[in-house]
Design a protein around this ligand. Structure first.
Ligand code: F6P
Length: 323
């Protein structure tokens, strides 16, 4: 298949490093003499046919910026036949020979739907949640982790001063990756994640144990994906005597607005350019990520509709270190 013009879009929740990936796609495409076209606002913009050419200068000065130059959106229309048909009609109107989609699970599911309809499409995993199957780490996760850690380090200061327990809720949708990693790196007393059902009584016991050991505070990192989140957990904890007064902090979308870490800039640049190399080799209908420090491709069919859970080994480490 001869590629002359390639589209690129970012879809779903923005993630720090998406701009590096856009830049990687655009410059690698230009390097091959292809014409890159930026699609505004993800699949929603594709359905409406909003695309314009990108030059190497258009993607200059963006590698250090969070968010996405192209804009993004949630596009429920892509779940249905009409939305997918409209997206393909735009692809034809914009004369795209191939498309690179940068985003998380929803994006990969949309990409898979278009691949099944015959479009040459490659996905690049990018979400703060790190829950995309087929790769070790998604663009944006480590930058979001830094934001959570900064909050945790500050909360520990006030928690120690007033001898309190804090439930710190981090994002991650149905995946506990951010919570566990923030727990390990932030020296938390406990973590609560959707992958392992945890009762309020167990969390109360974790906090009590910290109190009994003479700790000045207790910090529990809670993934937003547990039933009811940290607020519901705190309400249930109010019924137990834990030794500490309990407070809740929800970090929320602040995590998404981080500046991309060095790692995310490199990961975005690497996989963005690799997406173009993959298309040039004639391979498509795959996700292009990094596993074991190497670029790897995973069929979109094996990625779409799945959520990667946090590795139980990290949960074990968080438990062991929380003494
Ligand atoms: O998938 C990224 C993410 O930030 C999740 O962690 C979170 O659950 C969700 O997006 C929030 O979505 P929205 O920005 O649409 O509220």
């Amino acid at each position: 298949m001869q590629i002359r013009r390639v589209g690129v879009l970012t879809s779903g929740g923005d993630a720090p490093g998406m701009n590096a990936a856009i830049r990687g796609v655009v410059r690698a495409a230009l390097d091959r003499g292809w014409e890159p076209l930026g699609i505004a606002d993800g699949f929603a913009g594709l359905i409406e046919g909003r695309g314009s050419p990108l030059t190497d200068r258009d993607v200059g000065g963006i590698i250090q910026r969070g968010g996405t130059l192209l804009g993004s959106a949630r596009a429920p229309a892509m779940l249905g036949d009409a939305g997918q048909a409209a997206a393909l009609a735009s692809v034809a109107r914009l004369q795209l020979d191939a498309l690179v989609t940068i985003g998380g699970n929803g994006t990969h599911t949309g990409a898979h739907a278009l691949a099944r309809r015959g479009l040459a499409i490659v996905g690049v995993p990018s979400t703060i949640d790190n829950d995309v199957a087929g790769c070790d780490i998604t663009i944006g996760a480590t930058s979001a982790l830094e934001v959570a850690l900064e909050a945790i380090d500050r909360l520990k200061v006030t928690a120690s001063s007033l001898h309190r327990a804090f439930l710190v809720e981090v994002m991650g949708r149905d995946c506990g990756y951010l919570a566990v990693m923030a727990g390990i790196a932030g020296g938390a007393e406990g973590v609560a994640v959707p992958e392992v059902p945890t009762t309020p009584e167990q969390v109360a016991e974790t906090i009590c144990a910290a109190y009994r050991r003479g700790k000045a505070h207790a910090l529990i990192v809670v993934a937003e994906g547990i039933p009811g989140g940290a607020e519901a957990l705190a309400r249930r904890l109010a019924e137990s005597k834990t030794g500490f007064d309990v407070r809740v902090t929800r970090i929320g979308h602040v995590q998404r607005g981080a500046e991309p870490s060095a790692f995310d800039r490199i990961l975005g640049s690497w996989t963005g350019a690799a997406a173009i190399d993959t298309l040039a080799r004639g391979t498509h209908a795959v996700s292009v990520g990094v596993t074991g420090n190497r670029v790897c491709t995973t069929p979109l069919a094996d990625v779409a509709g799945r959520t990667k859970a946090v590795d139980p080994a990290w949960l074990q480490l968080a438990r062991v270190l929380s003494r």
